[in-house]
Write a protein that binds this ligand. Structure first.
Ligand SMILES: [Zn+2]
Ligand SMILES: [Zn+2]
Length: 287
């Protein structure tokens, strides 16, 4: 350990030891009054501060993507990784949110002209590439939960999420119970909490369920995915959804089959409007 860090750590540890002695001294005092309780709380807060500072010194904050030590807890992604994020910008499909390569204005993509979705509109924040794809992949398949707050923070740097302020409920796309037990968490649920910290009460996981454990959809066409997912979702409390405006939330939009099937179940149960937000869009750019 370098000299300045070593002396900072020594200072922190000796301050901590002094607090332990103070607490011991106060513990011997019999007085059970308010002043005593308040002093104990102050000492406890000070100890927490010292322990947090000690941990930061021993394990300095690092970028969860490239692992570079940043020492910065305010911006949880390093500057280099942040600059690689591909925020989705105009032009994109005004219905499904697909990234378009031609023109300057948003307009309907070919798929949305030909066919209709069960949801009213869909938007994504990032193109599914490099840094964000790595964070989501590591969360889902390696349980690297340290990326959750980072994904929430980078997602909140765009105005797209402000478009969804008016929804009555936020519904994370559910996992089948078997998959949930294997993974230990639903990534859509934990990421929704991270992206909407002020709207956590709106997040509902008790309304929509997945009754079919579909195997990986990788390699299937959009039509095959829809067939595979037919009736995979069901609404548990239709009365709670009646005439409600819903935000359906997921990590990645690939062909849109999953959110289409969820929206179909929600609309059939009586929802007024179903809008979709995903962190990433994984399909090809459409010209
Ligand atoms: Zn980085
Ligand atoms: Zn479209």
């Amino acid at each position: 350990m370098r000299e300045p860090e070593s002396s900072r750590l020594n200072n922190l540890l000796s301050a901590n030891n002094k607090l332990f002695l103070d607490i011991r001294e106060y513990s011997m005092v019999e007085a059970q009054d308010k002043e005593y309780a308040s002093t104990m709380m102050t000492l406890k807060d000070k100890m927490n501060g010292i322990l947090t500072a000690s941990l930061d010194l021993l394990f300095p904050p690092s970028c969860p993507s490239c692992k570079t030590v940043t020492g910065n807890t305010d911006k949880p992604l390093c500057g280099e990784c942040f600059s690689q994020l591909k925020f989705i910008k105009t032009p994109y499909c005004s219905c499904c949110g697909r990234i378009l390569s031609g023109g300057e204005e948003n307009h309907l993509c070919g798929d949305c002209i030909k066919s209709s979705w069960a949801f009213d509109k869909a938007r994504s924040i990032f193109s599914y590439e490099d840094v964000i794809a790595g964070l989501i992949h590591n969360l889902k398949y390696f349980g690297e939960t340290t990326g959750i707050e980072t994904i929430g923070w980078v997602s909140r740097q765009t105005a797209i999420i402000d478009d969804f302020d008016n929804s009555d409920f936020i519904i994370p796309v559910p996992l089948h119970i078997k998959r949930l037990r294997q993974r230990g968490f639903n990534q859509a649920q934990v990421l929704a909490k991270s992206i909407f910290p002020d709207a956590r009460k709106k997040i509902r996981t008790d309304l929509l369920a997945r009754q079919t454990d579909t195997q990986s959809q990788t390699g299937l066409s959009g039509k095959e995915r829809r067939t595979n997912l037919n009736n995979a979702f069901f609404v548990k409390k239709p009365s709670a959804l009646s005439k409600k405006n819903l935000l359906l939330f997921d990590d990645v939009f690939t062909t849109g089959s999953t959110v289409h099937e969820c929206a179909r179940a929600l609309k059939t149960a009586g929802a007024n409007r179903v809008e979709v937000l995903t962190i990433c869009r994984a399909d090809k750019i459409f010209s």
